[in-house]
Design a protein around this ligand. Structure first.
Ligand code: BTN
Length: 341
């Protein structure tokens, strides 16, 4: 009911009377009043005027399920939304829900994570109010070996989603005039999203399998949306959209842009269950493609030119002796020869 009230308030620039809300929703005046109070507690500013009703005067930067339900224009992503003001990790919670039978498309979102997980056992710093910490449960009918490509699909979705936001149109134009080497937001293979050579988003995909099939996949996405400061240990490689743009974005707008892009790219991925449909766009968004990179192979690092991904999502590199290699994500990471990208 809270989501419906919020939707009605958003759609109406004027006042909505308590009577109108009660009749439309088939609930009591007290129930409406309680929901309005809850929305105010979450950060919305709602004016209440005697004999006129309620009016939304300020939309908070909140990512509660009520807010996301009014924002998401997706077909199946977020068909169920589970919101935590604070939790250990949305990936941990999503996994629990998946084990309890939560459906494909369930989206878990938190305002803060106390034990956010990064790749390779690292922590992911996830404070309140500034970033986007969310995980999606998928139950894909694909081979477990193909699941790592879903991380690449998610990286594309974040990049394309952010690039497509109307709020960014002008800022993108200015940025891309000054930086001729690519779009405002790019992918660092396999799935970091970078702006100005620094990371704004990390993705952690975790899978549960049974014999040769997938039980569920959890795609965890962390986006530094409005973060102002980073701890010293990550300050040289991390940034936020706000730091690069100079203004804040509503997190719910970013979330909806990302999942709309994800639905589109996921459907294309499923055509062949690999990257063959997507690799051209992926390579077009890839920050390290056509560049000299440092390949950090467990057997020893070497320098090579990154050419782009193949159908399996491996990065094709040309070594200094002219030989080619397909580098597998998960096993190997790459760095630029002068910096992070
Ligand atoms: C990386 O190391 O680049 C991956 C970071 C992934 C962070 C996200 S935040 C939401 C989800 N929950 C987690 O605990 N981790 C992922």
């Amino acid at each position: 009911m809270k989501a419906e009230i919020l939707k009605m308030l958003k759609e109406d620039a004027g006042y909505l009377s308590g009577q109108q809300l009660c009749e439309k929703l088939g609930v009591s005046r007290t129930a409406v009043w309680k929901a309005i109070r809850q929305l105010e507690e979450e950060g919305y500013k709602i004016e209440a005027v005697r004999n006129r009703g309620y009016r939304l005067v300020h939309q908070a930067d909140v990512i509660t399920s009520a807010e996301l339900k009014t924002m998401l224009h997706t077909k199946w992503v977020g068909n169920r939304i589970v919101y935590f003001d604070e939790t250990d990790s949305t990936n941990i919670q999503a996994r629990k829900l998946a084990e309890e039978g939560a459906p494909h498309g369930t989206l878990v979102v938190a305002d803060a994570q106390l034990a956010g997980k990064g790749r390779r056992g690292r922590n992911w710093i996830s404070p309140h109010g500034t970033g986007i910490w969310m995980s999606l449960i998928l139950r894909p009918n694909i081979a477990p070996a193909s699941a790592s490509m879903l991380t690449l699909v998610a990286g594309m979705a974040v990049t394309e989603g952010v690039l497509g936001m109307p709020e960014l149109k002008e800022a993108r134009k200015c940025y891309e005039k000054e930086h001729t080497e690519g779009s405002f937001c790019q992918i660092k293979w396999p799935n970091d999203v970078v702006v100005g050579g620094k990371k704004i988003c990390g993705i952690l995909t975790e899978m549960s399998t049974e014999e040769d099939s997938i039980r569920h996949v959890v795609i965890g996405i962390g986006i530094n949306a409005n973060t102002e400061e980073f701890p010293q240990e990550v300050a040289s490689t991390a940034t936020s959209l706000k730091r690069e743009l100079g203004f804040s974005l509503k997190r719910s707008h970013i979330i909806s842009a990302v999942w709309e892009a994800f639905e589109r790219e996921y459907a294309r991925f499923l055509v062949s269950c690999d990257m063959s449909e997507l690799k051209e766009e992926y390579n077009g968004l890839c920050a390290n493609c056509k560049r000299q990179v440092q390949v950090l192979h467990p057997a020893g690092a070497y320098q090579a030119e990154a050419l782009g991904i193949d159908n399996e999502g491996c990065l094709l590199v040309k070594k200094e002796d002219g030989t080619m290699e397909a580098v597998l994500s998960g096993e190997v990471s790459v760095r630029g020869i002068y910096g992070y990208v």
